[in-house]
Design a protein around this ligand. Structure first.
Ligand SMILES: *[C@@H]1O[C@H](CO)[C@@H](O)[C@H](O)[C@H]1NC(C)=O
Length: 818
């Protein structure tokens, strides 16, 4: 049995605690036995005390002499493990032999101590020494991982807790983990829970929501502090990746887009691209585009690329059909969030339309007397394009009497610019040219045909200023004499001409009794046979009249010259031929050669050659006795009359004109070759066989002659008086009211120029001395030899005078003989 002696060192626990700073605390506990002493000493030293450091004075503490220690061969015995402390025998102290690491020695056990025995021999003495190792703060807190990565969705709710591994501090007690801190504290705060086992549970609590779009990564530092002095700390980096949540709708970059596209752009032309962004990531940020709202037309025209938002044309655009389109574009992400934007697409005009011309009103016939400024046509020009492309200029071709005027915009009037003349130009082609201002410009044209209608503004015009024709007399009635022809520059009825005779008189007779005109053809016909001897020429007017309203007319003078025909035989004026004439020329027997017996006087009412008379002895009793002057008709003796010549001579003279064929007249002339009247009488008894009858006749003849002579003289006196009076007044040399007729052609023989006819025809100087009479005075060349004739009574007078003379000769033969 052991006696346990416990002697406790008089140190209270308090004292021990206060002495820690000086390394050792001695607790002495002794047990005493019979043969051994067992004491227990207890010391306390801080860990990490350097080698050789004093632990405790064991000799003192156990009350053992130093010599005992030496004699007892005191030694330290450690059971197992390392020997941290050694004994210094000669000093009786314990010193640190090896550095002590409490953490190594005790881990987390506390308090931590190790023990060893101090053994002495002779007698054996065993003392147990316990050394408590006090902790010092030599370890910092340490996190199991230097960095942790967390992935936290951005839509994690507040107050969500995230567990963190706590730090470990090898030290114990106050040197263990004391506190944690987290930085920065923007989103998270720390929550430390003390577990039942004394450990600390570190949690991170979300205080403010995360936003990946704002920050997709957070870097925090968790720091653990121990309670030592000085404090040590350890850190852990917390790397938080904020995971995306579809919390963002796509956002269009512009709410309204504007785009322009040229019309007629090829299919597939990119108009514009709309774009929307989605702040989300990955699939949440994948935006697809679609047309949300648009007109049917717009949908047909435009397509949108769902991925790129590129808007392209599906078909050609026509500005004229639609000038702009509005599309509502929807941008959607995969999460179904969306945004919409508008795009307005303006179609840009191209000059793809030609201007058009429309006739609003048009009169294709216009009268030639239309005043300047008459509207022919009103046109409307249009161009479906806009701007310059639709700006139309309009003009018409030049060098026509029209011009174009703009009355309203896009309306033009074509009006006359000059007076029109259908006769000059009967129709016009007006070409209307339009062009727009585009580049290149487009053109168009239209031709309208304007006809000029006729107005009766041109009078008929005869083909000649005057018409003259020669008609041979004795023409057959109804023969066409000539044709007058007029033309009229007008057209249609205005140019349809009719011909009329003017209502004039010719020699007191209406023109229509001479000629007629065919109103259609203008052919002039003779109505009757003309007689040169009555009328050598005549003129009349023909009117040509057109069918206009009012009609226009022109006149032309037609002169018809009647040409002579040999239609009149010569007329013998003297000697007068009577049936039972006893007329005779008396040639005295004593007559010489060349004695002028008588002169045959004949006229021919024809003219020219037809009136050229020549005389020929046709039959004669004695051809050798007489001759007749071929030109002058003088009958002369060609030899001496002899007694042998018969008293009674009978001559026949042939008077011929020069016409073709010629006409002639025969005159019988009785010639008495005698010296005494009885001689004659005896020869011409056949003349006087009815003498009693002749006496009666003579009486009446004388009576009649007296009366006629009186009348004649009176008439002559009156006429002469009148003529003289007129002559004085007019001083025109009318010498007589009686016609003067040549009885042979001048210059024929008397001038001695045979065969040369200075004036074969002599129509010109035909002047009536009196308008009431048809007689003419023919001027002659050498005009001395004239016979004054009055056709109305010349014959009567001459015969009466001749008969009177003859009677006288019969009654008083002595006078005759002389
Ligand atoms: C007008 O045009 C028509 C048809 O082309 C043509 O026959 C006619 O001769 C033209 N007239 C004028 C006056 O140019």
């Amino acid at each position: 049995m052991a006696l346990l002696c416990l002697r406790c060192c008089s140190f209270s626990r308090r004292q021990i605690m206060s002495e820690i700073k000086w390394l050792s605390v001695i607790i002495l506990l002794c047990v005493y036995g019979m043969d051994f002493v067992f004491c227990q000493a207890r010391y306390s030293i801080p860990e990490e005390t350097p080698e050789g450091s004093f632990v405790g004075n064991i000799a003192n503490d156990l009350g053992i002499e130093i010599s005992r220690l030496v004699s007892g061969k005191a030694r330290v015995v450690t059971k197992g493990g390392r020997q941290y402390v050694e004994l210094s025998r000669d000093k009786g102290t314990l010193v640190v032999k090896e550095r002590i690491d409490r953490e190594e020695l005790c881990k987390q056990t506390t308090p931590c101590s190790f023990s060893f025995d101090l053994i002495m021999e002779n007698p054996i003495e065993l003392h147990r020494v316990i050394v408590e190792v006090q902790d010092i703060n030599d370890n910092a807190p340490k996190f199991p991982k230097g960095t942790v990565s967390l992935q936290i969705s951005e839509n994690t709710e507040k107050e969500t807790q995230f567990h963190l591994d706590g730090a470990v501090d090898l030290d114990v007690g106050v040197n263990g983990i004391g506190s944690y801190s987290l930085n920065p504290t923007e989103h998270f705060k720390l929550k430390i829970n003390n577990e039942a086992d004394g450990s600390k549970n570190v949690e991170m609590v979300l205080q403010r929501e995360l936003d990946r779009e704002a920050r997709d990564e957070l870097k925090l530092v968790l720091t653990a502090y121990d309670g030592g002095s000085p404090k040590k700390s350890g850190t852990m980096r917390i790397h938080i990746s904020v995971l995306d949540a579809n919390d963002n709708a796509p956002v269009c970059k512009q709410s309204v887009y504007k785009a322009e596209v040229k019309e007629n752009s090829p299919v597939g032309t990119v108009v514009n691209a709309v774009s929307a962004t989605d702040a989300d990531e990955g699939i949440n940020g994948l935006v697809s585009y679609s047309i949300a709202q648009a007109s049917v037309e717009a949908r047909n025209v435009f397509d949108i690329n769902t991925e790129t938002g590129e808007i392209t044309t599906l078909q050609g655009l026509d500005y004229e059909a639609e000038k702009s389109y509005q599309l509502n574009i929807k941008a959607t992400d995969k999460g179904g969030l969306k945004d919409t934007c508008k795009i307005s697409i303006e179609v840009i005009d191209e000059n793809d339309n030609s201007p058009s011309i429309q006739l609003m009103s048009f009169s294709n016939i216009i009268s030639e007397n239309s005043p300047i400024g008459t509207t022919v046509a009103v046109i409307n020009v249009e161009d479906a394009d806009s701007g310059k492309n639709g700006l139309v200029q309009c003009k018409i071709n030049e060098n026509i009497p029209f011009k174009i005027e703009s009355s309203l915009s896009d309306y033009y009037a074509i009006i006359t610019d000059e007076t029109l003349d259908r006769e000059n130009m009967a129709e016009y082609n007006i070409t209307i040219l339009v062009s727009d201002q585009g580049s290149p410009a487009r053109h168009n044209n239209k031709t309208i045909n304007v006809k000029i209608s006729d107005v009766n503004d041109n009078p008929p015009v005869f083909s000649s200023d005057e018409y003259k024709t020669v008609v041979i007399e004795n023409n057959s009635p109804g023969v066409a004499v000539l044709t007058v022809k007029a033309s009229d520059a007008d057209w249609g009825p205005n140019a349809r001409l009719s011909y009329f005779l003017d209502d004039n008189n010719i020699q007191g007779n209406p023109v229509s009794s001479f000629v007629s005109v065919n109103s259609d053809s203008g052919v002039i016909h003779a109505v009757k046979a003309f007689d040169y001897e009555q009328m050598k020429t005549f003129s009349f007017n023909v009117t040509a009249r057109d069918g206009g309203s009012p009609p226009l007319s022109s006149e032309v003078t037609v002169t018809i010259i009647v040409q002579d025909q040999n239609d009149n035989a010569p007329q013998v004026l003297y000697p007068v031929q009577t049936g039972g004439s006893v007329l005779a020329e008396i040639v005295p027997r004593s007559a010489d050669v060349g004695y002028l017996v008588t002169k045959v006087v004949a006229v021919d009412v024809d003219s020219g050659q037809n009136a050229w008379l020549s005389y020929k002895l046709h039959k004669t009793t004695d051809r050798a006795l007489f001759e007749v002057g071929a030109q002058n008709g003088e009958i002369r003796t060609v030899r001496q009359v002899t007694d042998k010549d018969a008293v009674k001579q009978k001559l026949t003279v042939l008077v011929e004109d020069n016409g073709q064929p010629s006409r002639s007249a025969v005159v019988n002339i009785n010639v008495a070759v005698a010296d005494t009247f009885p001689e004659v009488l005896s020869e011409f008894t056949d003349f006087t066989h009815n003498k009693q009858y002749n006496d009666d006749l003579t009486f009446y003849l004388v009576l009649a002659l007296a009366a006629v002579s009186f009348l004649f003289i009176t008439t002559v006196v009156v006429i002469i008086s009148v003529k003289i009076y007129r002559w004085r007044q007019s001083r025109i040399f009318y010498q007589s009211n009686l016609p003067v007729i040549p009885y042979y052609p001048p210059g024929y023989a008397d001038t001695g120029v045979t065969g040369t006819l200075p004036h074969m025809y002599n129509y010109d100087a035909c002047m009536t001395t009196d308008s009431r009479k048809s007689d003419c005075k023919y001027s002659t060349l050498g005009g001395q030899s004239v016979l004054v004739v009055d056709s109305s009574f010349t014959e009567t007078m001459q015969r009466a005078m001749r008969e009177k003379q003859f009677q006288q000769e019969l009654e008083s033969p002595e006078v005759v003989r002389k």
